[in-house]
Design a protein around this ligand. Structure first.
Ligand code: COA
Length: 499
């Protein structure tokens, strides 16, 4: 079995325990890891590192991942104070708490920027690439597992590579990946992808075997996250989007099989795609980051021919389904480096239909996806900005209220801006859909309030808009002393409603 997983004989001498491999990671180092969502991330070495810290060894490091990873990495290294700086997107409650209490320095970045930051040296020298692998080939090439993320750039730029060969990952994954890296400017060439199914690279990441400092054999499984059941609100949001897309086809603005779909993470995003299973659309494609459960449904229903992403991000049931039918899904799925899955050039060329989730949206169409009440980091911008600005159509969804109706997700002014009014074409809540194309700010505001705001907040929003419009400047009027007063009221009284 090991011969198939480790095909370069001389590297067998590099096999060691996770504890010994973790000793290669020293205080102050910058470690770039595999993993994108709780898929394909290293587990045994981070756990050993956390144990080392618990035993009193001072080791404080910078971690760069593809995106949010599982608890063995983000959780264990946050709880033990090992991770003191982190890039980019995360979702672990311990790392989130440490970011919010200031003990982890966090830069929330567009995901497509991370691989090139590594390449450009903007993070500094990468000391260690810590990667989970399916197999090391005869040439020392590394085949990733359920995600690719920043692995190619991590391996290329690191002084040393530590590989966790994970025997719980099925060998059928071999061939799913398509590894292509770009040159640095001024030598960068166009990325030759003109269809989501195009394969343009190798199925492994080239690696100089001399850089491989340790190989750890493990069978710790990906700790995937559950998906909330599809609720009434998600069903409604999905319904509005599907009606809108059907209308666009009727108007001749979209082809019958749509354009490649990109969908964000989480339950609403999963529900939106799930709704397409019963739609009229056929031969659809996906060019996205994460391949979630509903994409397996779409593939099984024969509706999606190819799904390109940088990770499989299934629920627990989805993971079982994926692993037991890997051969089948491998025919329809491609995992790429996140530099390519999220590349603005490719998203713009293919004309993706981007569907992402907001925390709050303001009346003029600015979107906050990251900071609750302007200050508390939730997860991060992820790849939403990579797709949003470059999409053929960019759609944002949110439920119109949060916290049992005490928060309106449509507000006069967002308390933090991730996506601007210039990037967003459509807003959807369970109340309805606002098509913002070609609208001026005040037209946008009326559409968003009328179609998307919750009835409890519609009059308050209209009142704000009309009073703001009485001011001297009519383009995008605000009442600066009131613009964020809804958030202040919530923080002071527990509700945005006026008691
Ligand atoms: N004000 C304050 N809190 C709000 C809120 C608002 N307007 N809207 C939602 N929340 C809170 C919810 O109450 C919930 O809080 P809890 O964790 O204390 O229960 C939390 O935010 C998450 O909300 P939920 O409705 O469960 O949303 P979700 O799981 O669909 O996630 C995002 C929504 C925006 C947080 C998530 O999609 C995200 O991180 N997006 C940014 C990255 C991204 O888009 N990635 C995909 C690109 S490919």
């Amino acid at each position: 079995m090991l011969n198939n997983r480790l095909r370069r004989e001389e590297l067998k001498s590099k096999i060691m325990s996770a504890d010994d491999a973790a000793m290669l990671i020293k205080d102050g180092m910058i470690v770039a890891t595999s993993g994108f969502t709780p898929s394909g991330y290293p587990k045994a070495v981070p756990l050993a590192l956390a144990k080392r810290a618990q035993e009193g060894d001072k080791v404080e490091i910078t971690i760069i991942t593809g995106a949010s990873v599982g608890d063995e990495l983000d959780g264990a290294l946050s709880r033990t104070g090992v991770m003191v700086r982190r890039y980019p997107y995360q979702t672990n409650k311990y790392s989130r708490n440490s970011i919010n209490d200031g003990s982890i320095m966090y830069q929330d970045m567009h995901l497509s920027h991370v691989p090139q930051f590594i390449d450009y040296g903007f993070f500094g020298k990468i000391d260690i690439a810590l990667v989970e692998a399916l197999t090391i080939t005869e040439d020392g090439g590394i085949i990733p597992t359920t995600s690719v993320g920043v692995m190619p750039q991590a391996i290329n730029n690191a002084d040393k590579v530590i590989v966790e060969i994970n025997t719980s990952q099925p060998m059928e994954l071999e061939g799913v990946h398509d590894i292509y890296v770009t040159e640095k400017p001024p030598h960068r060439k166009p990325i030759p992808i003109t269809h989501p199914g195009d394969r343009i690279g190798t199925h492994y990441i080239p690696c100089n075997p001399e850089k491989i400092a340790a190989i750890v054999i493990t069978d710790i499984t990906d700790k995937v996250r559950p998906l909330a059941p599809i609720d009434e609100n998600s069903r409604k949001i999905s319904g509005y989007i599907i009606d809108f897309l059907e209308h666009e086809v009727k108007m001749g603005r979209l082809p019958k099989n749509l354009l490649p779909l990109q969908s964000g993470v989480g339950s609403v995003a999963n529900a939106v795609l799930g709704g397409l299973v019963d739609s009229k659309f056929e031969n659809m494609t996906c060019y996205t980051e994460v391949i979630q459960d509903s994409m397996f449904d779409l593939i099984d229903a024969g509706r999606v021919t190819v799904a390109s992403g940088t990770s499989f991000t299934p629920s627990e049931d989805g993971l079982k389904r994926l692993l037991s039918n890997m051969k089948h899904y491998a025919k329809h799925c491609i995992l790429r480096p996140m530099e390519i899955s999220n590349h603005p050039e490719v998203a713009r060329r293919l004309g993706v239909i981007a569907m992402n989730t907001a925390i709050e949206v303001d009346i003029y169409g600015h979107v906050n996806s990251t900071n609750i009440m302007g200050s508390r980091m939730m997860n991060g911008i992820g790849g939403s900005g990579d797709f949003t600005r470059n999409a053929y159509l960019s759609i944002f969804t949110t439920v119109s209220t949060a916290k049992n109706g005490d928060i309106s997700s449509i507000v006069p002014m967002v308390s933090h801006v991730d996506h601007t009014e210039h990037d967003i074409e459509v807003i959807v809540t369970e109340q309805g859909i606002a098509d913002l194309r070609g609208t001026s700010p005040r037209e946008r505001a009326r559409k968003i309030i009328k179609n998307c705001a919750h009835p409890d907040y519609k009059d308050m929003l209209m009142d704000y808009l009309e009073r703001a419009e009485k001011g001297k400047y009519k383009h995008e009027p605000h009442l600066l002393t009131e613009a964020l007063s809804w958030h202040v009221r919530f923080l002071e009284t527990g509700t945005m409603k006026i008691k």
